[in-house]
Design a protein. Structure first.
Length: 359
């Protein structure tokens, strides 16, 4: 007796994908890059433990779509980061995966050619190469963990990881965060609530066992130790920002109630700036003022920034793309970024120096 097929009814194809080990063999971790990553993670841990007095700034494009323009941005940022290193600790935002409410371009790894050809194998290798280049500059990188398999391919080149507002409530992402080698920032929900993030932090701090893949690309049971460096990222939501002093105080109370460390990063973009990039500097200035006035819980900020201000749709003819301009969320331009970081460093200089003396 024959049976009708009962599986993969909506699957069009199973295309081969190189294993993490194969991709890593093509784009090998160098000693210089490994040192950048290790020092980046260690510094971030020290900031979270209040052993490093500097203010954290995670800044860069909303998403990487043009590696050439991204590398130019990284070169500029590395130089600025070095100049301001006594006061600010700068990490470059390198996002390859973009969550979508419905449909749209899902990022460089999913569709590197931006033509719906979905050469994920190409995107993964090129994405890893970009992270390697950034690390070779001596610049630590931050990214969002969206696909639970992707960290096996390039997680060794990342110093900080975000769990986004849409996935903070996901058990899959909480389990993944528990095994990541980086500090992990959980964003509050898109409705502005803190419960998903605080529960996510609690969950990620515990050990978990779940299905995944190993370096050979084989199915594996992944058993984690738990990640004690998870923390809260305020990004606004529910139609209002949440970086103001009242919202920050409520976040501190929520963390205290959950018996979690008072570690908060403010995302200056998204709902905190009403998705208007020109408002990001106002948000950062407000946050810096709170820190100067004595706030102890805010350890840093996130900023969406690229070579050119604004954003652009993806045209049918990719040659028409404006170089260094985002194809996802709108960003502030480089000149505004440089001015903002220099002004923030100046405002925080005395405070950071005073903190350093106490250590």
């Amino acid at each position: 007796m024959s049976h009708a097929s009962t599986e993969n009814l909506n699957v069009a194809a199973f295309d081969p994908m190189p294993s993490p080990g194969e991709i890593k063999a093509r784009v090998r971790l160098t000693d210089t890059a490994a040192q950048t990553v290790t020092e980046g993670r260690r510094t971030l841990q020290r900031i979270l433990d209040r052993q490093d007095p500097r203010f954290l700034v995670i800044v860069g494009p909303c998403s990487i779509h043009d590696p050439s323009a991204g590398i130019e941005y990284a070169r500029r940022l590395r130089q600025l980061a070095e100049e301001l290193s006594e006061t600010l600790y700068v990490v470059m935002r390198v996002y390859f995966e973009k969550p979508r409410t419905s449909t749209g371009w899902k990022g460089f790894i999913n569709d590197p050619r931006m033509d719906d050809s979905f050469h994920i194998e190409e995107g993964m290798e090129r994405g890893r190469r970009f992270l390697l280049d950034v690390a070779e500059f001596g610049l630590p990188a931050a990214t969002e963990a969206l696909d639970p398999i992707s960290p096996q391919y390039y997680g060794d080149l990342v110093s900080w990881t975000a769990i986004g507002a849409r996935t903070a409530e996901s058990q899959t992402h909480r389990e993944m965060a528990s095994g990541l080698s980086t500090p992990v920032g959980f964003k509050n929900g898109t409705d502005g609530s803190l419960d998903a993030a605080t529960n996510g932090i609690l969950s990620a701090s515990a050990a978990h066992s779940f299905l995944g893949i190993n370096d050979k690309g084989e199915a594996a049971i992944i058993r984690t130790r738990g990640n004690r460096y998870s923390h809260l990222v305020l990004r606004g939501g529910g139609g209002r920002p949440n970086y103001d002093t009242v919202s920050v105080s409520l976040a501190e109370q929520a963390l205290a109630k959950a018996k979690l460390p008072q570690n908060i990063i403010v995302d200056c973009s998204h709902a905190n700036s009403w998705k208007k990039p020109e408002l990001q500097p106002l948000v950062m200035r407000d946050v810096v003022s709170q820190v100067v006035a004595g706030n102890q819980s805010i350890i840093g900020v996130m900023i969406e920034s690229f070579l050119e201000a604004g954003n652009q749709p993806i045209p049918a003819n990719l040659a028409e793309l404006k170089r260094g301009c985002s194809v996802t969320d709108a960003c502030i331009g480089w000149d505004t970024t440089e001015t903002l970081l220099r002004a923030s460093a100046e405002s925080l200089r005395s405070l950071v120096a005073a903190r350093a003396e106490k250590l």
